[in-house]
Design a protein around this ligand. Structure first.
Ligand code: GDP
Length: 309
């Protein structure tokens, strides 16, 4: 069963790991958001790609949800002595990832090629695809002014209220050929329980992306999304507050409305079972499952439940 998953970092990586546990080698492709990417210490950093890469390679730090398990901080300390900013915490092993990526990019590789090479080196049995090789950057208009994504997310700890979001570069960006093939050849397309505004939307807003998902649906490919909002709250991060401040309902139903017309079924948590009839009124099937992925087994169980019987 060929599964193509659209994902951000935390929620996306956990479900990707669930699918990787239950699918055969090479059957999972993860299309990952790159609009959170930034440049640090002269190096390209792709936080969502790295979270998915580390999680699928079995290297992720489960406590923080980002970075490499057991990482050390010698390089960051030294960078600080040189006057480099240290609010974006890059561990020593994580830094090696950024150095390797930059080296490959400087040699002419695309971000897609660089990611593939690194995933292979780390023994990842799935395909990890940046949604685009073109530069797209999320800019947030907040009550602390206009902010780049990592400035908002890491430096200011998601505290400012977000009033609007734009994706600089999106109109001129294209999904890669690899992304298009992954959508065209998928037997199941899944939108992960990722932040719908800043993780999933910058993937869906790429020119041609929504149409590619609609065409897959017309060919009979089943398309699912899983709610990142449970009982009105995000398990982690600012998705719930962002939905509210941007005029959406901060609930699984609010997220379902954002995906209406694009998916066949929306998965809500058992805690939200009473929302099922309202989800179905949007013209999609409502599926009620346990969607909280604490341990590896929870991830695998959710992935298995999403596969056709
Ligand atoms: P980010 O790029 O690191 O913000 O990660 P994502 O956008 O992929 O994921 C953030 C979202 O994942 C948040 O809205 C969380 O509520 C959601 N999330 C995290 N863990 C889980 C989980 O175990 N189950 C579900 N349903 N959602 C989760």
């Amino acid at each position: 069963m060929k599964v193509t998953l659209l994902a951000g970092g935390t929620g996306g990586a956990k479900l990707a790991h669930g699918f990787q546990q239950v699918l055969a080698h090479g059957e999972l492709t993860v299309i990952v958001n790159v609009a959170d990417d930034t440049e640090l210490h002269g190096l390209r950093v792709s936080p969502d790609v790295d979270t998915v890469l580390y999680t699928l390679a079995g290297l992720a730090n489960a406590e923080t949800g980002w970075g490499v398990s057991g990482d050390t901080w010698t390089a960051l300390h030294m960078l600080g002595r040189y006057g480099e900013p240290t609010w974006f915490r890059v561990g020593d092993a994580d830094l090696a990832t950024h150095v390797r990526r930059e080296h490959l990019l400087a040699g002419g590789a695309s971000l897609t090629d660089a990611t593939q090479s690194m995933a292979e080196a780390l023994g990842v049995p799935s395909h990890i695809l940046p949604a685009t090789d073109d530069p797209v950057r999320t800019i947030l208009h907040t009550d602390a002014g206009e902010l780049e994504f990592q400035d908002y997310f890491v430096r200011l700890r998601q505290e400012p209220e977000v009033h609007s979001v734009r994706f600089d570069g999106i109109d001129g960006a294209r999904p890669t050929d690899e992304v298009r093939i992954a959508l065209d050849s998928a037997e199941l397309i899944v939108i992960a329980p990722s932040n719908p505004i800043v993780s999933v939307e910058p993937i869906l807003a790429l020119p041609g992306m929504r149409q590619a998902i609609r065409s897959a649906g017309q060919r009979g490919t089943r398309r699912l999304a899983i709610s990142p909002i449970i009982a009105g709250a995000a398990l982690k991060g600012p998705a719930d507050r962002m939905l509210a401040s941007l005029g959406h309902e901060s609930s699984a139903l609010g997220v379902a409305r954002m995906y209406a017309g694009l998916i066949d079924a929306f998965v809500i948590d058992e805690a939200d079972a009473e929302l099922a009839p309202s989800v179905e009124q949007l013209g999609m099937e409502a599926v009620v499952l346990r969607t909280v992925m604490r341990r590896d087994a929870d991830r695998a169980a959710l992935a298995l439940a999403l596969l056709p019987a």
